[in-house]
Design a protein. Structure first.
Length: 179
């Protein structure tokens, strides 16, 4: 997988990406590229963390660590998801990935990440894990990120390329997928 968070975007598509693009609904079909709610992946990771935590409790971290970590993570989640949602509403485009997009949003947090909502959900997940002492949830977080990257973003990007063409390709070339 390489470094997911440090990967530079590329405008060249691999044969695997072209194949996924063929499977992604065309913009004219009136639906978005992802047929399920992506937050379900994050919730599943947290639930697995809770299950493992109930079987084999992790050591408690000192509140001097967990409280600031939780506050920072939850603050970043609120900023990223709130700001991104506000921009979608302002541009009158769907936030829900199974509905068609009508505008390419590139301002606000979209200036430094192409996926601020998914990144915000990573921070929400982490903030909740710190808040409730669910250290086992962090074991599942890389899998959650990988699933979002490979099952959600990998379907959204070809869809957006077809829908917004050169505009999206230019945006993709200058802004990273994650951070």
């Amino acid at each position: 997988m390489g470094s997911l968070l440090a990967a530079r975007p590329t405008t060249r598509m691999t044969s695997d990406e072209r194949h996924r693009m063929d499977e992604t609904p065309a913009p004219s079909q009136g639906k978005g590229p992802v047929p399920f709610p992506p937050p379900a992946i994050y919730v599943t990771g947290l639930l697995l963390g809770i299950i493992v935590e109930s079987i084999e409790p992790s050591p408690a971290l000192h509140p001097a660590i967990t409280i600031p970590a939780a506050a920072i993570c939850l603050g970043l989640a609120i900023y990223l998801d709130g700001s991104a949602s506000k921009r979608f509403i302002r541009n009158k485009t769907a936030m829900i990935p199974w509905k068609p997009a009508s505008a390419l949003v590139t301002d606000g947090p979209y200036r430094f990440t192409r996926n601020p909502m998914y990144l915000g959900m990573v921070f929400l997940y982490s903030g909740l894990a710190f808040s409730f002492g669910l250290l086992w949830a962090f074991v599942f977080l890389p899998v959650v990120i990988l699933l979002i990257d490979r099952t959600v973003i990998a379907r959204e990007e070809p869809y957006l390329e077809r829908l917004f063409g050169e505009g999206y390709l230019n945006y993709k070339a200058r802004v990273r997928r994650w951070i």
